[in-house]
Design a binder for this molecule. Sequence first.
Ligand SMILES: [Zn+2]
Length: 276
Amino acid sequence: MLPLPEGISLQAVNGVSLLRFNSLTDGTGARAWFTTRRGGVSVPPYATLNVGFHVQDDPEAVRENRSRVWSALGVSGEQVVGAEQVHGKKVRLVAGQDAGCGADDAAGAIPGTDALVTQQAGLVLTAYYADCVPILLLDPTSQSGGVVHAGWKGTALKAPAEAVREMQSAYGLEPQTCRAVIGPSIGRCCYEVDDRVLVPMEEAFGSGLKDLAEGTTPGHARLDLWKANRTSLLEAGLRPENILVSGLCTACHTDWFFSHRAEHGRTGRMMAVLTL
Ligand SMILES: [Zn+2]
């Protein structure tokens, strides 16, 4: 079984296994999930619930998998918004006219964006992952929310903090009430990196890097992307008690999750989903 923290539950709906981020949405009308790799039709190395179109899986299988997810969540593909993720920090404010973008193919996705934020109820914001860090945001005060994709580049760019700031200026987000979940992604246990990653991380986090990276051999360290993104969110004004780190490592649990690193780059994608 997965070691789930309080605030996250595992559900199976018509055979599709999903994590539900209850602590993010409790007491609001919003709902938030993260898909696992269980419950789809794709064959190895994408077995089975691959929802990414850009990984050379059969597009028909991906469409079927996505359709199973929409059905399990009780949403329609016409409400879905997805982006072409590029490891940047650009934030896109999405509204009604974006509904359906990127739902059924990669070509229709919003280009060049790693964070989708909205105040529009009924839209279904999505983002796609295999080891990169999902950050979901929900602010009950301004009734706004967002999904952020942050690999090491987005983490060094402090992409989630950028999303918080954009939501502050566009929607009146209140950092003191804003909640966040840092979802399943590669943990420090399985993420040894070299100077190519550590140098930009040090530029971003300064002396704070020593709390995020544990040295192994010269020029190498195990990097804690969860703590780094939590640090960015704290810098953006969120309260520590409003940030839940799921603590679920995708590379440790390849029976539940796709892992780019553990599966040597040939694998599928999971999806984070948020609807207000
Ligand atoms: Zn691990």
